[in-house]
Design a binder for this molecule. Structure first.
Ligand SMILES: NC(=O)c1ccc[n+]([C@@H]2O[C@H](COP(=O)([O-])OP(=O)(O)OC[C@H]3O[C@@H](n4cnc5c(N)ncnc54)[C@H](OP(=O)(O)O)[C@@H]3O)[C@@H](O)[C@H]2O)c1
Length: 251
């Protein structure tokens, strides 16, 4: 892709989503970013030109408003990046089963159902044309490298990310040739502030390449998926080699 593109990125209020939005705004692209909470990162992104839309992506009734907002803002949509995510443990999910909707339902809504509905609704409202025989829209799902290995403690989270990868492949088939769909499956990208030095050291020791990569590696991967017009239906592991290790070593 080239010229001045328009990207929709969900969950830009912090960390990887905020970095991706800043990366593309700095390149002169237009970015529509969804958020729930106001943050310092979001304020800086607004100064850079972000078109920010506040929405809880598990609220299905709110999706029509988001689509109207996007259609009013642009008639060109080059990329949709499904980044917004939650990461509850199985214990969190079990403890929360009386809440409506339960956390388990929120996982599937946020990681699978809303991204699929949003992708298809935007295709209907702002159809992606074919240009010079090539797709003009790319859809990217942020999943997780542990999807194939599984995990003792995040079954529901990983199952929802696995479903997102499956949905990505089906979209790659059904939306060709005007749209490509791919996934990035990160391993450890960024620690959380509260992670102890011991936790960090233990986690890094599990990688073939034992360092904290930072969000820039996701921007580099995204650049590749946006620019390489022959790639669709793939999942790109960005995990410092974790996928090569024995599954039992991964948790
Ligand atoms: N960071 C890593 O090391 C790592 C590892 C594996 C996979 N990943 C994947 O990479 C992506 C980004 O990771 P991250 O660490 O930057 O995630 P994060 O810090 O947890 O941020 C997630 C974003 O999603 C938004 N969000 C959560 N629930 C939402 C909802 N119901 N409606 C709308 N927005 C919602 C949050 O917005 P609010 O804060 O405003 O609620 C936030 O901006 C995720 O898909 C994650 O699964 C990351």
């Amino acid at each position: 892709m080239n010229a001045r593109r328009t990207l929709l990125i969900t969950g830009v209020s912090r960390r990887i989503g905020a970095h991706l939005a800043a990366h593309y705004l700095a390149r002169g692209d237009r970015v529509i970013g969804t958020y729930r909470q106001e943050t310092d990162e979001l304020a800086k992104l607004r100064e850079q030109g972000l078109h920010a839309v506040q929405i809880d992506l598990t609220d299905t009734a709110a999706l029509a408003g988001l689509i109207d907002d996007i259609a009013a803002y642009t008639d060109r949509l080059d990329a949709i990046v499904h980044n917004a995510s939650i990461w509850p443990s199985d214990a969190d999910c079990d403890a929360d089963c009386t809440r409506q909707p339960p956390l388990i339902s929120q996982l599937y809504q946020l990681h699978v159902t809303t991204p699929v509905q949003l992708t298809l609704a935007l295709q209907h409202r702002l159809p992606a044309p074919i240009k010079d025989g090539r797709a003009t829209r790319t859809v990217v799902f942020l999943t997780d490298t542990k999807v194939s290995a599984g995990s003792d403690g995040h079954l529901h989270y990983l199952a929802s990310k696995a479903a997102a990868q499956s949905a990505m492949r089906s979209l790659a088939i059904s939306l060709a040739p005007h749209t490509r769909a791919n996934a990035i499956a990160p391993g450890l990208i960024l620690f959380h502030e509260q992670d102890s030095a011991e936790k960090r050291a233990n986690r890094l020791a599990k990688n073939l390449l034992p360092f904290e990569p930072g969000a820039e590696v996701i921007a580099q991967s995204m650049d590749y998926l946006l620019d390489c017009s022959a790639v669709t239906g793939i999942t790109l592991p960005v995990d410092c080699g974790l996928h090569l290790l024995n599954p039992s070593a991964r948790d």
